[in-house]
Design a protein around this ligand. Structure first.
Ligand SMILES: Nc1ncnc2c1ncn2[C@@H]1O[C@H](COP(=O)(O)OP(=O)(O)O)[C@@H](O)[C@H]1O
Ligand SMILES: CC(=O)N[C@@H](CCC(=O)OP(=O)(O)O)C(=O)O
Length: 300
């Protein structure tokens, strides 16, 4: 009986934060690195089903970098990254479409449904075109200031917000792959961190959470104890130029900075492998991982 009473206490305790977050939109970016860990992914999706069940409005935007690189290796293509973005030629684009917009997107939605939630895969693969991300080709500036060609790499310039809002309000989790289409129908590979940023801005999300395979931004990328709990824009830029923030962490932090300027209130980079990291993030005040903030940080 005591155990049952304690469980009831926990439910009552949860009531406050469930009320606080009811109807609030959280964009959750699932990184390819954490999706490699089946157990971690399962726990994360169960947390997402829980959020949806208690009336929060989770939206999933996902990458799949590790799975794309694996499929490229199987096809005998060597991946090439420029400032954290994958050079995407015709053959690579076909793989990205199959793996990201096809397999991973459908699989996440199926798993959410299998855990008792409701989800809608929003991709342009197959007959039902549910794509919500529209955009254009991008180039980056190289170290010499000259533009670097990335092939079929794009950025999102428009999000079909109505479709996403309608799904959220119908209690379904929108599941969005990081690809976009331009007006002429050309498809582009989009870094998933920047895709999540575009969605969070478009829907006016309360929170944007990046789930990765590291505990956040670190002073030394190989040392978990060097976690930086709070990072402001100025310090983040310094860490990028000094090389402390490198590879896949660059687009993630850049996306955080751009999102802050657009009014999303809370942005966190957390370790998706930590059990219930998403729920911990929602209902603990201090949170876990690195919080990116707009004003100068008291402690970095
Ligand atoms: N300063 C840093 N702190 C933490 N991770 C870093 C840092 N610099 C580079 N990284 C790398 O960034 C990776 C996360 O980016 P990425 O692999 O693109 O993840 P995801 O697939 O989750 O988006 C980490 O696994 C780590 O190797
Ligand atoms: C242009 C570009 O780099 N696109 C990414 C899209 C997937 C992604 O971002 O996946 P993660 O979240 O796992 O890193 C790529 O091809 O890897």
């Amino acid at each position: 009986m005591q155990a049952a009473i304690e469980k009831a206490d926990t439910l009552i305790e949860a009531m406050g934060w469930i009320r606080e977050f009811r109807d609030k939109v959280t964009v959750i970016k699932l990184g390819g690195s954490v999706m490699e860990d089946e157990d971690a992914l399962r726990h994360l999706l169960v947390d997402i089903v829980f959020m949806e069940t208690v009336g929060m409005r989770p939206i999933v935007v996902h990458g799949g970098g590790a799975a794309i690189s694996r499929a490229m290796a199987e096809a005998g293509i060597e991946p090439n990254f420029v400032q954290g973005r994958r050079y995407t030629d015709d053959a690579t684009l076909a793989i990205v479409e199959k793996v990201l917009a096809g397999q991973i997107n459908e699989s996440i939605a199926e798993q959410i449904e299998a855990f008792g939630g409701r989800a809608m895969p929003l991709n342009f693969v197959g007959e039902s075109d549910n794509n919500v991300l529209f955009g254009e080709r991008i180039t980056l500036d190289g170290e010499d200031g000259q533009p670097v060609d990335l092939g079929h790499v794009g950025q999102v310039t428009r999000v079909d917000r109505d479709i996403i809002d309608n799904l959220c309000y119908a209690g379904q989790v929108p599941v969005i792959p990081s690809m976009c289409v331009d007006e002429a129908g050309n498809k582009y590979n989009v870094n998933a961190d920047t895709a999540a940023m575009a969605v969070a801005q478009a829907v006016g999300a309360e929170k944007l959470v990046f789930l990765s395979d590291v505990n956040g931004v670190r002073q030394d990328k190989d040392d978990p104890d060097s976690l930086i709990h709070t990072l402001n824009a100025q310090k983040a830029r310094e860490l990028i130029s000094s090389g402390v923030i490198a590879s896949g962490m660059i687009p993630k932090v850049e996306a955080c900075l751009a999102t802050l300027e657009k009014g999303v209130r809370k942005i966190h980079i957390i370790d998706g492998r930590l059990r219930h990291s998403l729920l911990l993030e929602v209902y603990t005040n201090t949170g876990v991982g690195t919080e990116i903030i707009g004003e100068p940080a008291a402690a970095v």
